[in-house]
Design a protein around this ligand. Structure first.
Ligand code: DOR
Ligand code: ZN
Length: 349
């Protein structure tokens, strides 16, 4: 039993990085996010990717239709940046309120990133326009290529891609998504107020040993991959500091168990069912529960220029077990922390 508070009420949180997929998978996973979060930034890496305003609008409608009765969850759509993205088109999408941001996947960096950007030189015109209109660029911050060790991909991305990009477009709003390294944390903290970072619950909880605990653990595999313990500690310090540049983004990314438990298991950790409880647990462990609201509910909207949610949620310190598995059509999904106890739960209103 902890000596700290047993109940916390905070402004309703938002998830600034979420994969909802489509079709039956969307129906299965959406309620877990819509239950707790007011808004979420929806990743565009569908097959085919959501590359323009019309596709984003159609996807938003599919999400809205899949919402449980009475849910007030608001999906904030993103466009998938490609070598062919048209600056006028995305400016219209941003201006009309359909596109909240563009997502940069370096080609080949992660799941469904084949259509991503092959060379930053090809998107200079688009970045200049985004800088001018204040449209955020959300980056998957990893370089690709056999010359770079998997565990160094984020640090090398910062050095080779992100820092030079910000030199050319100093006013561009950038979110370093799912930051995983001490270098990433330092870069964001030392940067202008126009740079922020999302931090996942799983990167706050596991280091790279979790991938090999007693055997290979496909459900602990995501990209960017978890790093050494010193990086996890830097992430925990950053998230729980309350600093405005760090905010909640689960990167909850469901896959059928059969795709993960495979000779070539795919990347992605599905954390939505327990997300806010896991974050609360981390903040409590760090003695910083009073900063949870800044991280989960205030810093993100401020970065995006949106108001914080008006309503609140209440969390109670009453441990509950994360389900071992969830049915998803003919398949199943294994959630993060499956079968383990989470310290905090959302109290039903
Ligand atoms: O682990 C990941 N899964 N990282 C990504 O960048 C993509 C995501 C997915 O879509 O499954
Ligand atoms: Zn993601």
């Amino acid at each position: 039993m902890s000596g700290g508070p047993q109940i916390i009420t905070l402004r309703r949180p938002d998830d600034w990085h979420l994969h909802l997929r489509d079709g039956a998978m969307l129906d299965t996973v959406l309620p877990y996010s819509a239950d707790c979060f007011g808004r979420a930034i929806i990743m565009p890496n569908l097959v085919p990717p959501v590359t323009d305003t019309a596709m984003a609008l159609a996807y938003r409608e599919r999400i809205t239709r899949a919402l449980p009765e009475g849910a007030s969850f608001q999906p904030l759509m993103t466009g998938y940046l490609t070598d062919q993205t048209d600056a006028d088109e995305i400016e219209r999408g941003y201006g009309s309120g359909v596109l909240a941001a563009m997502k940069l996947y370096p080609a080949g960096a992660t799941t469904h990133s084949d259509a991503g950007v092959t060379d930053m030189g090809r998107v200079g015109g688009v970045l200049a326009r985004m800088e001018k209109i204040g449209m955020p660029l959300l980056v998957h911050g990893e370089v690709v290529g056999d010359d770079v060790d998997v565990f160094d991909r984020e640090a090398v991305f910062i050095e080779r891609v992100l820092a030079p990009t910000l030199q050319s477009f100093a006013g561009l709003k950038v979110v370093l998504e799912h930051v995983t390294t001490a270098e990433g944390v330092a870069f964001v903290r030392d940067g202008a107020a126009t740079i922020g970072a999302t931090i996942t619950a799983h990167h706050l909880m596991i280091n790279r040993n979790a991938l090999f605990a007693g055997g290979i653990r496909p459900h602990m595999y995501c990209l960017p991959v978890a790093k050494r313990e010193r990086h996890r500690l830097a992430l925990r310090q950053a998230a729980t500091s309350g600093e405005a540049c760090f905010f909640l983004g689960t990167d909850s990314a469901p896959h059928p168990a059969s795709d993960k438990e495979s000779a070539c298991g795919c990347a992605g950790i599905f954390s939505a069912p327990a997300a806010i409880g896991l974050y609360a647990q981390v903040f409590e462990e760090e003695g910083a529960i009073e900063h949870l609201e800044a991280f989960a509910s205030l810093n993100g909207p401020r970065f995006y220029g949106l108001p914080a949610n008006e309503d609140t949620i209440t969390l109670e310190r009453r441990p509950w077990p994360v389900p071992e598995r969830l049915a998803a059509g003919p398949d199943e999904i294994i959630p993060f922390a499956a079968g383990e106890d989470v310290a905090w739960r959302v109290v039903e209103e």
